[in-house]
Design a protein around this ligand. Structure first.
Ligand code: UDX
Length: 446
């Protein structure tokens, strides 16, 4: 099948590469000429495991092409995916200008039946606005051409996006046209084997499903973070509590890991946007607001612990940070806990020596060259002369470090663990004090 994808960002590229991989002819369009030039010269503008190989293979096979020619895009695909960004407005609601600009382009150049697929995360009612925009544009041309607008939200996790696309839990399709539903069923058939994962529903429910999924997961995390603060204060261990509740299948083990707050491009933005949708219709979203507030507070927790440990005297101190990305296997630092932490440490007069397996270039892009941020290529070198190690992201390479070597390298032998990676005994017997989340402080014994 012929498919056009508007927007060659994270979602667009993963969607395009995976749809090409199963034999479709995919044309990816973007307004950013430098991005398209990079893709056409074999580069990939984002870091996602496996994506470069998949793109190279399908480009070589002639099934995946990149262009800035939006008109060619409208003519190419029966399916016209909209996968452009929906950045938050000042009030937290999703800014739809890029989505509607694509709708307008489609309306301006439509010559035959097309299915417009909303892949971007968009508030309820956006499909109607896309429909309206295309209709208005067609009317201005004095034309009437049949088309359908479908909501097909993505559920891709950064770092595992290709796996999520190739083997999805569910494929949500929102449409009120049974014929369109069948065409999408055929499009997704290669990803829908063994058991039917297609969930068909009306358009508004599909749009809301995406927000509901992310808000639910964010709620689980904020709940556990709130509970971790209670656990710590009452002398309990949140990791014990986590295992104790996770064994109940109604609760489950997933997304109940306490930590230093959720980040990324989805949870913070989507929780806020859903809350904004609710207030927009006159409903007070108390729970969603609390989920966001708890997360905000949690992102300041590591700093509070460090500040308290050093009796509010952080001026002139140096801290080693392991992990800058908002989670492992990505270089994405959007709303990452590391950012708030570093900014608070700098504010308090401290210097940061940071290591991340892939995100140091992103940190350099965000913060530039500055004396209070030293980016290191080696995790152990980051520790030299530091007044403590702070773990912010749970990259697997941090999971079994040489604690003795850590203690020897540090000036002050203390480990602040924002992800509860270790059994305190392994840390303390090596001569390090261990401070983690929702658990008691354990002093060095070795
Ligand atoms: C999320 C959704 O999982 C995905 O389905 C959706 O399409 C996009 O948003 P992503 O943002 O890539 O994906 O990351 P995810 O793995 O969900 O983690 C989000 C944040 O929550 C990270 O900062 C992570 O560290 C944090 N988290 C996750 C916790 O603090 N505790 C947990 O138990 C799980």
């Amino acid at each position: 099948m012929d498919i056009t994808i508007f927007g060659s960002g994270y979602v667009g590229l993963v969607t395009g590469a995976c749809l090409a991989e199963v034999g479709n002819h995919v044309l990816c369009i973007d307004v950013d000429q430098s991005k398209i030039d990079l893709l056409n010269s074999g580069g990939v503008p984002i870091y996602e495991p496996g994506l470069d190989t998949l793109i190279a293979k399908n480009r070589a096979a002639g099934r995946l092409t990149f262009s800035t020619d939006a008109v060619a895009g409208v003519h190419h695909g029966l399916f016209q995916f909209i996968a452009v960004g929906t950045p938050p407005d000042e009030d937290g609601s999703a800014d739809l200008q890029y989505v509607l600009a694509v709708a307008k382009t489609i309306g301006q150049h439509l010559t035959q039946y097309r299915i417009i697929v909303d892949k971007s995360t968009v508030p309820v009612g956006t499909a109607d606005r896309v429909q309206q925009t295309i209709n208005d544009t067609l009317a201005a041309r004095g034309m009437s051409i049949e088309f359908d607008v479908v909501s097909n939200p993505e559920f891709l996790k950064e770092g595992a996006a290709i796996e999520d696309f190739m083997r999805p839990d569910r494929i949500v399709i929102g449409t009120d046209n049974p014929r369109t539903a069948e065409l999408l069923r055929a499009l997704y058939a290669p990803f829908n084997r063994n058991r039917d994962r297609l969930v068909l529903m009306d358009i508004r429910s599909a749009e809301l499903t995406k927000y509901a999924a992310n808000a639910m997961l964010a709620t689980k995390i904020s709940f556990m973070n709130e509970l971790s603060n209670i656990a710590e204060a009452v002398g309990a261990d949140i990791e014990m509590v986590r295992v104790g509740i996770g064994s109940d299948p109604r609760i489950g083990y997933q997304f109940i890991y306490p930590g230093c707050g959720y980040g990324g491009s989805c949870f913070p933005k989507d929780v806020r946007a859903l809350a904004r949708t609710a207030t927009g219709i006159g409903y007070q979203p108390q729970l969603l607001q609390a989920v966001e507030d708890v997360n905000d507070r949690q992102k300041e927790l590591l700093f509070a612990k460090i500040d308290q440990y050093f009796n509010h005297a952080l001026t002139g101190k140096t801290f080693a940070i392991w992990g800058l990305s908002f989670k492992p296997n990505t270089d994405d630092m959007r709303e990452a806990a590391s950012r708030r932490l570093m900014e608070q440490l700098w504010q308090a007069g401290a210097i940061v020596r940071a290591f991340d397996p892939v995100a140091t270039h992103e940190a350099r892009r965000i913060y530039g060259e500055r004396p209070e941020l030293i980016l290191m290529d080696d995790p152990m070198e980051a520790l030299e002369g530091a007044d403590g190690l702070i773990i912010v992201t749970e990259w697997s390479q941090f999971r079994s470090p040489d604690f003795t070597a850590i203690r020897v390298a540090l000036r002050t032998p203390v480990l602040f663990d924002g992800r509860n990676l270790f059994d305190y005994k392994h840390v303390t017997t090596a001569g390090l004090t261990y401070v983690s989340i929702g658990r008691q402080l354990h002093s060095a014994t070795g």
